[in-house]
Write a protein that binds this ligand. Structure first.
Ligand SMILES: [Zn+2]
Length: 227
């Protein structure tokens, strides 16, 4: 095992849907010079590279099913052993539950878990306000990023859609599932001394600035990460 880096580099970004984790993970990973790893991207990359694990994942996805946790973890383990992840990584939206967190800990130590906090009404507004152009894929938000003409894409004028996942009922379910699965995870990382709460309200630029400050601060406490 190598000595801990001067600043935290093996990071997990944890937070509810709509909190802006993906956007921030991409920015921070680029600044730190480490890979930004999301489960979906990792799976697609493994499939593209045609590894044994990728082929197995592809079979599940073609059958329309979810890729089992055990396989996702194997693919993650393989990804973490690549040279570009040697100095760190930003894991975006993984782990999602305590079982995955324990398996992750067997594969890599962590330096910090950034917990994106946002009041529920703000999350609901962000998620239910999302509109997508079916033609070019541009994502809008009725409050924070409205199109110039209501309901129409700025590029080619196509009628914007709301994804079924972003309808109010579905958003309620997504937030409830998140809360149920991640509550034990938060407690776990808090007691390990890794959890760093982040105020995820405001503009993406404001959040990036807060993240930079948090990451520059020395770890509050290095407790045992053993499980
Ligand atoms: Zn469009």
């Amino acid at each position: 095992m190598t000595a801990p880096a001067a600043s935290a580099r093996r990071l997990v970004f944890l937070g509810p849907p709509g909190a802006g984790k993906g956007t921030q993970a991409a920015i921070v990973a680029a600044e730190l010079g480490v890979p930004h790893l999301s489960t979906g991207d990792m799976l697609r990359a493994a499939v593209r590279e045609g590894t044994e694990l990728g082929k197995a994942a592809d079979a599940h996805m073609r059958a329309g099913g979810l890729v089992p946790d055990a396989l996702v973890l194997e693919i993650l383990g393989e990804r973490l052993r690549k040279p570009d992840a040697a100095t760190g990584f930003v894991l975006d939206g993984f782990p999602r539950n305590l079982a995955q967190a324990k398996e992750l800990a067997r594969r890599s130590p962590l330096d910090a878990v950034l917990w994106f906090e946002l009041p529920r009404p703000v999350l609901v507004e962000r998620l239910t306000g999302r509109r997508v152009c079916p033609t070019c894929g541009t994502v809008y938000n009725v409050t924070s990023r409205p199109p110039r003409v209501e309901g129409r894409c700025d590029r080619e004028g196509a009628a914007l859609d709301q994804r079924p996942d972003d309808r109010p009922d579905a958003v309620g379910v997504r937030l409830r599932v998140y809360a149920e699965q991640t509550a034990p995870l938060l407690e776990h990382y808090r007691s390990a001394g890794l959890l760093r709460p982040l105020d995820a309200a405001g503009s993406p630029g404001d959040v990036t600035e807060r993240l930079r400050r948090l990451l520059a601060a020395p770890p509050a406490r290095r407790a045992s990460q053993g499980l």
